[in-house]
Design a protein around this ligand. Sequence first.
Ligand code: NDP
Length: 330
Amino acid sequence: AKAIILNHRPIGMATLEDFKIIDFELEKPKDGELKLKTIYISVDPYLRGRMNLAKSYIPPFELGKPIESGMIAQVEESLNEEYKQGDYVTGILPWQEHIISDGKGLMKIDPDLAPLSAYLGVLGLTGITAYLGLLEIGKPKEGETLLVSGAAGAVGSIVGQIGKIKGCHVVGIAGSDEKVLMLEERFGYDKVINYKTSKDLSQEIGKYCSNGVDVYFDNVGGVISDAALDHINKFARISLCGNISLYNEKELPTGPRIQIKLLKKSALMQGFIVFDFKNKYSEAIEELSKWLKNGDLVYEETIVNGFENTPEAFIGLFEGKNKGKMLVKV
Ligand code: NDP
């Protein structure tokens, strides 16, 4: 079977040479084990952090071993009484076309309830992150202004819609005119700013968030957040979900600039890691499914075809190549 291993730890932006496709002998499943066939692979910005040899909330990938991420697979053979041939499962799995698993950490999914890919997106960790990161930390109230960075990505495209459901004025920041159009026309964003063509981002945020920003949902960090924080209101809440603009930095820029902006507004900034809210996953999935069903929530996917193109899809996240959730179909 084929696997994609971490060949080098990337320095700065990852390159195709940092990955390697290998052929290996897949063992036969033993008692209690399953043989899985991979269907979809989720590529996610946080995987970049796991490619560094640094301590974080999840351990780094090992050199020479397959990368792992959220995946959808089908059971081809089962010696585990909880699963039968043909079942669909999701879980954090190695980048391999076929996998032997002991079943731990897997969850069965129902292809009749939602398309399989949705379990890696809107009904998976992406949707849960959007829901809990916004509601648990941002606590948006009706009539408030929500600003979302990384608005056209997997998480951001869901966050804005939940903001609308909660009655907010929702403004987004994204990296192309096509993304701006998608968010304004299909995702209900009131206004979206293209940060790549904006002459003065801070001034534009001020213009479209004319009552100031009450909740800032941050997917990107860096200079975009510097501009966003110029406009926070008193007692604003800032949900720190991601820092994609900094994941490839060799040294993190530091300085007291952000703290000053928060202090002046008695604002609250809180880090968010979805894995710390496991007790709320079922609530999130229930609400997201309800909104999907009644049409309050729509989603977008960018699907790259071919197992061997997984590294390219991953690198594409840092080049803004995706609208909504980036996935690989094997
Ligand atoms: P996305 O689908 O948003 O993909 C990444 C997007 O980020 C790209 O499409 C690109 O869009 C944008 N981007 C890339 N580089 C930059 C840059 N230098 N500056 C600004 N924008 C950039 O990914 P996800 O929705 O999966 O994740 C969004 C964020 O949320 C990430 O930071 C991720 O790490 C974080 N996350 C955090 C979780 C948690 O538990 N805390 C869980 C899941 C995700 P554009 O064209 O607009 O530039």
